[in-house]
Design a protein around this ligand. Structure first.
Ligand SMILES: Nc1ncnc2c1ncn2[C@@H]1O[C@H](COP(=O)(O)OP(=O)(O)OP(=O)(O)O)[C@@H](O)[C@H]1O
Ligand SMILES: [Mg+2]
Length: 334
């Protein structure tokens, strides 16, 4: 399996990272390479018609040659472009030029969650919950349009600066319908190497069963587990062992990696990571609401969710020191 951080040969004409810089493709001038995954290279580019900066994603030519993928690419990029959501990267254009499929989308200044976790390590619970809630709202919106992401993973979560102190980060989800797992070759390249990561793949995806939004609940739960624990729930020595674990092993207690969080969190992950979709939360936001409530039981955790269905008053708080004599005198126990 290709490492998710390392530079990978996508077979694109770029070959070398800087191969296309300065060139013009379908009305975009390529300015710099931003990153590359297992099947695409993403560039910062200038939209010459509208004179704005975009992210231009060029997909590997072998994908353009795969008919199933092309059809799905055309369909799903149209659906993704039609979803207007604050946490989904807006797609401006998707097309094909000289045998290469491309997508022009909003350029998100910031870093992806892989880079953020590499830099910061496991995140404070309030930050993890803020990020999870934004990704969850994006996924639930997509599911409402009958669109399943299928490839929720840290590399597809882009974290930009937020608007103010109450919203320190603005999170975007990207790459709808672009998963290699949608290929008829199920993600294996011509040389038989699996490109990408199996750390976030739901059991029903592995066994080739039909998937729905609940496979994204599973993927999101793997990602959120990693933001809290520093590692995804099923880290194993080999790809085969990861596949086995996703299908059969229970997720480990979070405390194995991150001591000090309330045990209630484990029950939330157990349900979100259930092996059968029927046993999982029905929506991604439901999962995040339960997680927030579970984390709130620990000192320093985020505040419990408010609003209908989320009232959890918790134990009464100690009175402030100056009020204690009053309570003692009246013999009122708070
Ligand atoms: N709209 C965007 N704005 C800014 N950076 C982006 C944008 N889209 C993608 N990137 C960056 O480009 C990197 C490569 O993206 P790409 O989707 O090709 O790979 P990946 O998602 O990491 O892996 P995989 O190929 O397995 O899907 C991303 O990790 C991200 O950092
Ligand atoms: Mg991606």
């Amino acid at each position: 399996m290709a490492g998710r951080d390392g530079a990978r040969d996508t077979g694109l004409p770029a070959g070398r990272p800087s191969g296309l810089v300065g060139k013009e493709i379908a009305g975009y001038r390529v300015e710099a390479e931003i990153g590359r995954g297992g099947m695409a290279v993403v560039y910062r580019a200038r939209d010459l018609r509208l004179d704005r900066t975009v992210a231009l994603k060029l997909l590997a030519p072998e994908l353009a040659r795969n008919d199933t993928f092309r059809k799905r690419f055309a369909h799903e990029s149209r659906v993704a472009a039609s979803i207007d959501h604050p946490h989904i990267v807006p797609v401006f254009e998707a097309g094909e030029t000289e045998g290469v499929l491309y997508i022009a989308m909003r350029y998100v200044a910031g870093q992806d969650l892989v880079a953020l976790l590499a830099r910061e390590g496991p995140l404070p619970p309030p930050t993890a919950v803020r990020i999870a809630a934004q990704v969850a709202s994006a996924l639930d919106a997509a599911h409402a349009h009958d669109l399943v992401h299928r490839d929720v993973k840290p590399g597809n979560v882009l974290v930009a600066e937020g608007t103010d102190r109450d919203h320190p980060e603005h999170v975007y989800l990207t790459d709808f319908g672009l998963t290699k797992k949608s290929l008829s070759l199920t993600g294996f390249t011509t040389v038989g190497e699996f490109v990408g990561t199996l750390d976030y793949v739901a059991p029903e995806q592995i066994s080739g069963k039909p998937v729905d939004g609940r496979c994204d609940v599973y993927g999101l739960a793997c990602v959120v587990f990693e933001t809290l624990a520093g590692v995804p729930p099923f880290r194993r020595e080999t790809d085969w062992a990861v596949l086995w674990a996703q299908q059969y092993d229970p997720p480990p207690p979070l405390a194995e990696h991150r001591p000090g969080l309330p045990e209630a969190v484990d029950a939330v992950f157990a349900r979100a990571l259930a092996k059968t979709p029927e046993e999982r939360y029905g929506t991604c936001l439901e999962f995040v609401a339960e997680l927030r409530a579970a984390l709130a039981r620990a000192p320093g955790g985020p505040a419990p969710a408010t609003g209908p269905g989320h009232r959890s008053p918790g134990p009464p708080r100690e009175p402030p020191g100056w009020a204690r004599p009053v309570f003692r005198r009246l013999d009122v126990r708070p």
